[in-house]
Design a protein. Sequence first.
Length: 564
Amino acid sequence: MFRNALREYEPVSADSSSAAAADSASRLAVDVRRFPWVRPLAGDYAFNFPTIAPLYAGDPTSPGSWRDVAERVQSHTRDRGRLVDSLAAQQTQRSAPPASREAAGKLLDPQTVAVVTGQQAGAFGGPSFTILKAITALQLARRAESTLGVNAVAVFWVDAEDHDWDEVASCTVLDAQFQPRTITLPPPEGAGELPVAALRLGDPVTNRLDELEAALARTDFTQWTMENLRAAYRPGAGMAEAFAHWLESLLGEHGLVVFDSSDAAVKPLLAGVFTRELTSPGQTATLAAKAADAFSALGHTPQVQPQPDSVSLFHIDGRRTPIRRQGDRLVVGEESYSTSALAEEAAARPQRFSPNVLLRPIVQDTLFPTVCYVAGPSELAYLGQLREVYDHFGVPMPLVYPRATATLVDSATHRFLTRYNVSLEELQPQDEAALNRLLQAQLPETVERAIAEAEQAMERAMQQVIEVIPAVDPTLAGAARTTLGKLQHELRGLNGKVIHAVKKRNETLRRQFTRAQAQTFPHGHPQERTLGVVFFLNLYGPALIDRLFQELPLDLGRHWVVTI
């Protein structure tokens, strides 16, 4: 029964960074271990780190770990000048805000460290967890500066070389009736084969923007939101360029450095990584597979199971094509190469090569002095398979910090959740089971008690009949049990009719439940993975970003229900 449920939302510890606002009316904390869609790894990482510590570079909650990793990162040789020149050129092309340019310039200092996160270049800014990642990185960079006493820069790595068009082509919002509406960009020429950075938006993007605007509820911020989107997602713009421009316009003034990973200007800095992968083909996959076994031994499911013939690179010659081992040869599509020939090409023309998911972190941390990476759930898992891969390439492995995770709700949904003590996860199933339990909990106690007592009395009386009737005629025992079943069925039917009457009387409660469910789990999926950040910007405007900075603590293992 809902009325007898324990409190579903918990205050955070008085020792935590968010203690001062733990009981704030604007946010509620939920232990992530309660969610069936959250991997057990996330719970262990937050609450039982020693059990998985051998897989990672250090405990991200320990200041000592930050200092140790920072020292390794600062002492590692890298060409900061060329990296900063590349960043400056990108920022100039996008007219980045001054704060973003100033932050990028700090990377020239050999003591400066970076807190890095990243994501694919999603349509119209991607799902809302993209912003949660970036804000987590910015907050951690500020914390790192205080802890380490050096400059710390937040970097967003735009995964612009991925070629999976379907993963980035759509954006989902709720319309004025809180119904999910998905806007999908038509595939440009080369979609699915070329890196996303090579794809140019055509004239149809204008129609899709019109469709998006029509889907959104009209607010005071609709014009502002759409003007910024149209400035970024315009015909002729590259898909990755548009995403970077949009993200920079939102968070550049907070010092976020946005990096387009497809930039050919930095590829010479990566030639050594590419040639090492090609001259020891399969070693990265072998080490990651070994770590997968360690993951399994600890009771967790590995994120990646590398194929024995895999090489952790793609070849880019128009299309982005995986490289495979075949005996002592390397195969790209239908072409076969010797190891030395492909390694020589990587040394001379590194822009023709692109890392896969296992090598991407090595590439990223070869370029940037990464003290910490802000990871989503899948990234947290596969990064735990890479410790020995980092050693293989001689690159310092950063700490890993899970991104902030949150569900954003309006004040009406906040009141509904707290008044009726509805747990967030009960809203996920796309049925009315939780609603029926909630409505049943609203029955007058006298009615509920009377029905329950009638059922108990009936069962006791019929049980006596079932026990004594065989003395008259043993064959009637079955008929007595059938009669009990019919009586139970009728009583349940009566109970259902009472609940139906309560439903009619509590239509307002039904609407509140449906509205809360639509906000928190559109299509039955967690909000942060489904709804585009553009939906929330349209509702709350630029103040949304400042509010998230205020309301998103960095406590591990907590999901935040935030009222905006």
